[in-house]
Design a protein around this ligand. Structure first.
Ligand code: GLY
Length: 566
């Protein structure tokens, strides 16, 4: 991207002069603002690194690559080099691209690989063992994204992560607690003591130093793809597969390719949105939700009123039922995207929503499932002063993936295979049901909920948004967009606002404490809804573009998330 590079070198000094005027994070009514760039991620050190790249003349895509690698170091629960994800990006030339670097099933995977002799799913096989790991896509994705859009040298965007792994970073309080809580599991699943385990308990501020990961990142810095998919790192991965009984082969690693795809796009009121196409269900589901809800005047009904919640969850039931039936990897199954997102079809889906009575999920489609815990993934939003913007969501699936660390490599393996439907009708860790469209097949990508999304107004950037949270990703993004467009919230307010979620099965409105007041709970129950208070839902990191050109970062107070602008 030569054009990008020239423009940015001339702006570099301006960026450096502005370093001291960065606005600081705050989680109250207004997020930090910036005129020249904004980075919002799940960890303060990743946000700092992304901001530094922008301040040194890098574009949003350079910063996003640097953040992706930084998160692999300072946020090992979900940041990764052995996972996968999706980018939705818009260039200063106003074109939107999406990159699919989702993991793939190894070629030795089989449809029934998680079933026992009785034909039932063997609990834990698709989540807690090395058989849970798909072929990682992150490194290939970052190399491709940088080759197409980067303006700084590759080394310069990888080096900050190398340095942080080598010198260490201070654990946040939540991270220290997380590592202490998985200590026993890490010792059980690894034949050696990975750096994440130590004799005494971790405390806030302790430095986590990761020499093996630093060496791996150096190989990636020096040899790009070959630093991961072949040579020493591949030897470590295959060594781990042999030790723990995994399926990934050298050929699986060498054959991995990420894919540029067409975005899912549509309008909500005066706004145009762009999101991720299958193998993520995020874009299709978001388009369906916005299409169905556009028939309702959410603005007049008010934020989290009885009627607003009713209409939103009725839409959610119908959309998640479609997801289970139709969505999968488009290279393997015919996903009827056009039919599912067509205005006539969505009007039909909306038509049987009754204004005062809940539709039982069983009559939307049959089945039962239970929601489970442990929703990990991470999202970051980045924008620069030239009009480039990146919405990126990346994951190992569960927190710390399958919790097996590649010996010598220093990184966690994913447990993304659980996002396939192990058996039709059998729920995954998110309680999501799937069927044939998302059955396991060699080389196939597992269905995702990740919903990195860009919103524009009159062809100008309006919002960059996304969230982790498994099945709750789609509804978290949906609510954040409505919070801004219909309820007039600032970015920070929209991100901080309490959330609720319905995914068709189980037939439950799950909600955060304070999301729904007790009178509203009583009224919704009287309409036939079932409600359950749960912990946190989603962790949205987003950017709003104000009419004067300023960018407001919204970092989710549910985690250590941090917005940094300049
Ligand atoms: N692993 C979570 C998702 O891809 O939706």
């Amino acid at each position: 991207m030569k054009g990008f590079a020239l423009k940015q070198v001339s702006m570099c000094l301006v960026g450096l002069m502005l370093i001291n005027s960065c606005s600081q994070p705050n989680h109250k009514g207004l997020g930090p603002t910036g005129e020249h760039g904004m980075v919002v991620t799940a960890h303060p050190d990743a946000s700092r690194i992304g901001l530094t790249i922008l301040q040194h003349g890098g574009n949003a895509m350079d910063a996003a690559v640097a953040v992706e690698f930084a998160l692999a170091v300072c946020y090992p629960a979900a940041g990764n080099i052995a996972g996968g994800g999706f980018w939705v990006l818009r260039t200063s030339g106003e074109r939107v691209y999406t990159l699919d670097y989702r993991e793939k099933a190894p070629m030795a995977a089989t449809k029934d690989m998680y079933l026992g002799p009785d034909g039932e799913v063997v609990q834990g096989l698709s989540t807690q063992t090395i058989l849970a790991s798909g072929v990682p896509g992150t490194v290939d994705g970052m190399v491709r994204a940088h080759e197409k859009f980067g303006s700084l040298p590759w080394r310069d965007v990888v080096q900050p992560a190398v340095d942080m792994a080598r010198k260490g970073f201070p654990l946040t309080k939540a991270q220290a607690a997380d590592l202490n809580s998985i200590r026993k599991i890490l010792l059980e699943r690894n034949s050696w003591n990975p750096v994440f385990v130590r004799d005494s308990a971790w405390k806030e501020g302790d430095l986590l130093i990761q020499p093996d990961l630093a060496n791996t990142l150096e190989r990636i810095r020096d040899s790009k793809r070959d630093g991961f998919y072949s040579g020493q790192t591949a030897d470590y991965i295959i060594g781990q597969m042999q030790e723990s009984g995994g399926l990934i082969t050298y050929k699986d690693l060498q054959d991995y390719q990420s894919v540029w795809r067409e975005p899912i796009t549509g309008y909500y009121r005066d706004y145009r949105f762009y999101s991720m196409a299958p193998p993520s269900s995020g874009g299709v589901a978001l388009k369906q939700l916005l299409g169905i809800i556009s028939k309702t005047d959410i603005k007049s009904l008010g934020y989290n009123s009885v009627k607003t919640i009713h209409y939103m969850v009725e839409a959610e039931k119908r959309v998640y039922a479609d997801r289970a039936e139709y969505l999968g990897d488009p290279s393997f199954v015919n996903v009827p995207v056009a039919q599912l997102t067509n205005a006539k079809y969505l009007s039909k889906r909306a038509a049987d929503i009754k204004p005062n009575v809940a539709t039982p999920s069983d009559s939307v489609r049959a089945g039962t499932a239970a929601m489970r815990e442990n929703l990990e993934t991470t999202h970051y939003s980045i924008a620069d002063r030239w009009g480039n913007a990146v919405a990126a969501t990346t994951t190992l699936n569960g927190g710390f993936g399958c919790r097996i660390v590649v010996k010598g490599g220093g990184f966690f393996l994913n447990n993304e295979m659980d996002d396939f439907s192990s058996k039709p009708g059998s729920p995954n860790i998110y309680g999501l049901i799937g069927n044939e469209a998302n059955a396991i097949a060699p080389g196939k990508r597992m269905l995702s909920c990740m919903t990195p999304t860009l919103v524009t107004k009159n062809d100008k950037m309006f919002m960059v948004v996304g969230s982790p949270g498994g099945s709750t990703i789609i509804t978290s993004v949906f609510q954040t967009i409505l919070n801004v467009i219909d309820h007039g919230m600032t970015m920070q307010e929209a991100v901080s606002a309490k959330r609720f979620h319905h995914q068709w099965l189980p037939d439950l409105i799950q909600y955060e404490p304070e999301a729904i007041d007790s009178l509203t709970v009583t009224r919704l129950t009287a309409m036939g809804h079932h409600l359950k208070k749960i912990g946190k839902i989603g962790r949205v990191d987003a950017i709003l573009f104000w009419p004067d050109g300023k960018m407001e970062g919204g970092a989710d107070p549910r985690g250590d998330d941090t917005a940094r602008g300049f």
